[in-house]
Design a protein around this ligand. Structure first.
Ligand code: NAD
Length: 468
């Protein structure tokens, strides 16, 4: 069988690349080693976690009650196996959707492990043990990432007691106690899911802040909101030992700066200290594909590796490990392979944490602008000043916009609040077109909407906000 492009990996990077390349007239094959197409995102990442985040949020809200809205409920009952079925059905619907899209776009798809023999040749080891060869003009590696373990700690992730995000999406009952290591995106989202369902959740973080890449002001506010929901943080703290004990584990930890070691007995431990590029079994060394010092595949500005006809996108290359960043790279590479100009604007990739309130961020943080020596203006507005937020009792959080002091061009936008994941795209469009705070502030916003807080923040930069 001969193709224009063979794509190894069918996550958001790989499957989107396949569809776009097929739409552009190329003959495509996709090889996927898991039992389903869709990668981490659809099977054990973004989609199942959002299914549980939504269900657990509704449950927690119902438990708190709606008295303030004039609605009285009897105490809700949690049926964890049915909540898990909801999650499974979302996975099934989405992965089936990818199958359908492959068929619709005449893409050949193979379940099996892909190994690069040399440029132009991919060997597939199918699930039934048979091997066959795919010949191709180009190969795109889109094999994603796997959970990283804690360096220096001798513990195996068994996905039962000591889990990665994969295991934390499938507990059969609510743990009494859950220790989460890492206060990043996974630790925050999955820690909150199990906290809402009733677990005592302790998050241990090496650094002195949560969501460490976010704007510090946002991160501090977010921490408070999480603490208000019962999350216990141990910041500036390192784990020194994890020992399995009975049906659970004992986690030992101490301050990074030195001091007394503490221990906590827990039912489960979620290790969420980042992810590493997944390149095992791809035959990269034999094929001569060069890695960088972080173990990621080295690429040029057109996602081309050092070997002719071999490209790489998504979590296996540098940059943020985000499904939508991988998708953008997949589209760009498909366009390049079809003879077009593929491009990604890495300055306007939004980051979202799907907690409640949500966190969404784009462009530079205040700390980054200071480090770069850029003079900037800050416009901020709290949702307490927004009538829609008040009507919905969703006043937690604020919008913060950063604009260049000389040109007024918006350089960064940061939101913590209800609906932040949707609102951030207004700032993305503005920034993609190099817009200014005045462009944003002079745009009529529907009233009453949460988005008016973005407008007010823009007003706070170039003029004065109306409502504060
Ligand atoms: P992360 O990089 O977001 O956070 C890991 C955290 O662990 C950091 O704060 C780090 O300081 C801390 N840490 C590292 N070593 C530690 C140690 N020994 N002890 C205590 N803390 C330690 O990583 P993640 O949360 O595992 O997520 C992995 C990737 O998946 C990220 O790139 C993330 O963006 C992506 N992801 C994104 C979403 C989303 O977009 N909503 C959701 C889940 C995952």
């Amino acid at each position: 069988m001969s193709y224009d492009v063979v794509i190894i990996g069918s996550g958001p990077g790989g499957y989107v690349c396949a569809i776009k390349a097929a739409q552009l007239g190329l003959k495509i094959a996709v090889v996927e080693k898991s039992k389903n197409f869709g990668g981490t995102c659809l099977n054990v990442g973004c989609i199942p976690s959002k299914a549980l985040l939504h269900a657990s949020e509704v449950y927690a809200e119902a438990c708190r009650g709606f008295d303030a809205l004039g609605i009285t409920l009897s105490k809700p009952e949690l049926k964890i196996s049915e909540m898990m079925q909801h999650k499974q059905s979302m996975i099934a619907a989405n992965t089936k959707g990818v199958n359908f899209l492959f068929k619709n776009n005449k893409i050949d798809s193979f379940l099996g492990s892909g190994k690069i023999l040399e440029s132009g040749k991919v060997e597939v080891l199918a699930k039934d043990g048979k091997k066959f060869l795919l010949e191709t003009k180009n190969i795109v590696i889109a094999t994603g990432a796997a959970a990283a373990n804690i360096p220096g700690i001798n513990i195996v992730i068994d996905e039962n007691v000591v889990v990665s995000s994969t295991g934390a999406l499938s507990f059969e009952k609510v743990p009494n106690t859950m220790v989460v290591i890492g206060a990043g995106v996974i630790g925050s989202e999955l820690g909150l899911v199990w906290r809402r369902l009733g677990a005592k959740v302790i998050i241990i973080e090496f650094l002195d802040k949560v969501l460490s890449t976010m704007d510090v002001e946002l991160s501090r506010k977010f921490q408070k909101f999480m603490e208000n929901q019962g999350i216990i943080y141990k910041l500036g703290t390192k784990v020194t030992e994890i020992v399995k004990s009975g049906a659970g584990a004992i986690v030992s930890f101490e301050p990074v700066t030195g001091g007394k070691t503490e221990q906590v007995a827990t039912d489960v431990v979620l290790i969420a200290v980042g992810r590493r590029p997944f390149i095992e079994g791809l035959g990269l060394q034999a094929a001569g594909v060069v890695l960088d010092k972080h173990g990621r595949i080295s690429i040029d500005r057109r996602w081309h590796t050092n070997i002719s006809g071999i490209y790489a996108i998504g979590d296996v290359v540098g940059g943020t490990m985000l499904a939508h960043k991988a998708e953008e790279e997949g589209i760009a590479v498909a366009e390049i392979l079809a003879g077009q100009a593929g491009h990604v604007n890495f300055d306007v990739i939004p980051s979202v944490v799907y907690t409640q309130p949500e966190v969404a961020s784009i462009g530079k943080t205040e700390e980054e602008l200071k480090a770069d020596g850029v003079t900037y203006k800050v416009g901020k507005c709290s949702f307490t000043a927004n009538s829609r937020a008040r009507a919905m009792r969703r006043t937690d959080g604020f919008v913060k916009i950063l604009a260049c002091a000389k040109t007024d061009r918006v350089l960064g936008g940061h939101i913590v609040g209800f609906g932040a994941s949707e609102m951030i795209h207004e700032l993305a469009v503005l920034m993609a077109f190099s817009g200014s705070s005045e462009d944003l502030g002079r745009l009529c916003h529907a009233h009453p909407t949460m988005s008016e807080t973005i407008r007010e923040s823009a007003f706070a930069i170039f003029s004065k906000p109306i409502h504060i």
